[in-house]
Design a protein around this ligand. Structure first.
Ligand SMILES: N=CN[C@@H](CCC(=O)O)C(=O)O
Ligand SMILES: [Zn+2]
Length: 411
């Protein structure tokens, strides 16, 4: 089955060579072809170019994209999209003056979601989660990382990971699973953190390996959650089971977690709302992708990750949604891209690079996702007719997407 998209006003993120990530000043460059065509065979991008070069190409189906922009789907490298229930009462509590920290201290926050999830069946959790998966696909997300971490018992963590595995099997979107058992300390282990770490290492990890439930291992490295020593212990144990580190770090405090992530060759270090020069220096020359989550900063009214400082230091940056019930009840990557431009002073080119190819890198899939490259998966956004690609982040809050193709098929 072949599909030809013609008369594309502008085709974005066209990369002839298969670059895996974009860093520093290169992020300002978004290669495009104006008045373009794109040819897809089954689930793969096979050819593209200027309309004037389009001769003798026949296809089973043709889409006329006059006035429309075409780009690769968003690669959302950080989500907690599998969760039970919601936390809108905490949202109201914060409006009334409590902080995220205050709410966590009185047993709300992650522990609130964990209790809800523990009392939800695997089937009900799957049904709640797939509504959100369908929603983000319609919003242009074509690849997604999903974390556990709202289980916090052996059974509930495995339940979450099995739901993620089922989503991976049932949906065309690319899914990568991350084990985040060290997301918060459950109430029953309040006085014995080591015992909970032992549970993660001795009981959760072996079962996760046995059922092949995760690719990545994550830790919430933060004051009041897991410290540097705990983080190292969990990452080292995860690596023994073949899991690659990705950490939550510097959300509220900078105390050396970024360097620990780099030391363990983390694929990404995520949040970074607080960042100092030591963190920047640790990232220089590493293979670790810094990931910013602007919707979380927006929702919690905490600082935005200093994108300019990161990119101007020559580093790459990825953007992700952080979709979760507590700090970011939204998986809309279009809003993420807009907010990165509006609040973090990223140019539209930088933001689109960060949400496509660099997002793909942050989930280890940039050799087959994240750009318009021959041989890559045909995961494509076709916008409505809009004046230019700058209009995407500019006219925020509006849905500019006309259609989405995943694996070459209109969803
Ligand atoms: N910061 C840690 N974890 C999630 C939020 C967890 C929650 O509040 O439920 C995050 O990435 O923002
Ligand atoms: Zn998160």
């Amino acid at each position: 089955m072949s599909l030809l998209i013609i008369n594309i006003k502008e085709l974005l993120q066209v990369r002839d060579t298969n670059v895996l990530k974009i860093s520093g000043s290169e992020m300002r460059v978004l290669p495009t072809i104006k008045n373009a065509y794109l040819l897809i065979e089954d689930d793969t991008i096979v050819e593209y170019g200027n309309m004037e070069e389009l001769i003798n190409i026949e296809a089973d189906e043709v889409i006329d994209a006059t006035g429309k922009i075409v780009l690769p789907t968003w690669c959302d490298s950080h989500t907690h999209i599998v969760y039970a229930g919601h936390r809108e009462q905490e949202f109201v509590d914060r409006i009334n003056g409590l902080s995220y920290e205050d709410i966590a201290k009185r047993g709300g926050g992650i522990l609130n979601s964990a209790e809800k999830l523990q009392n939800t069946s695997e089937e009900a959790l799957y049904q709640q989660s797939i509504k959100r998966v369908r929603q983000v696909m319609k919003l242009g997300t074509g690849a997604i990382e999903i974390k556990s971490g709202y289980g916090l018992t052996v059974d509930a963590e495995l339940k979450m990971l099995r739901v993620i595995k089922r989503i991976k099997r049932d949906f065309p979107i690319k899914v990568k699973a991350t084990f985040l058992g060290a997301h918060a300390l459950p109430k029953t282990y309040k006085k014995d953190k080591e015992a909970y770490l032992d549970l993660i290492i001795n009981e959760m990890l072996p079962q996760i390996e046995k059922e092949a439930l995760a690719h990545y291992i994550d830790v919430f490295c933060e004051k009041g959650y897991f410290d540097l020593k705990d983080t190292e212990r969990i990452l080292s144990a995860g690596k023994k089971y073949g899991l690659i580190p990705k950490i939550h770090v510097n959300q509220f405090n900078a105390f050396g977690g970024v360097a620990i992530g780099v030391k363990h060759n983390a694929l990404s270090v995520d949040h970074l709302e607080e960042l100092n020069n030591d963190d920047i220096n640790a990232l220089k020359g590493s293979n670790t992708m810094p990931v910013a989550l602007p919707s979380c900063s927006y929702f919690l009214s905490i600082p935005y990750t200093p994108a300019r400082q990161i990119i101007d230091a020559g580093l790459p940056l990825a953007l992700a949604s952080d979709y979760n019930p507590g700090s970011t009840p939204s998986g809309n990557m279009n809003f993420v891209v807009s907010t990165a431009c509006i609040k973090m002073k990223m140019t539209p080119e930088e933001a689109i690079n960060a949400a496509t190819i660099n997002g793909a890198y942050a989930m280890g899939i940039s050799n087959s996702y994240g750009s318009i490259t021959r041989g890559k998966k045909a995961n494509i956004i076709i916008t409505k007719a809009i004046p230019s690609y700058n209009f995407l982040p500019y006219a925020f809050g509006e849905n500019h997407i006309d259609s989405v193709l995943i694996n070459g098929i209109l969803i």
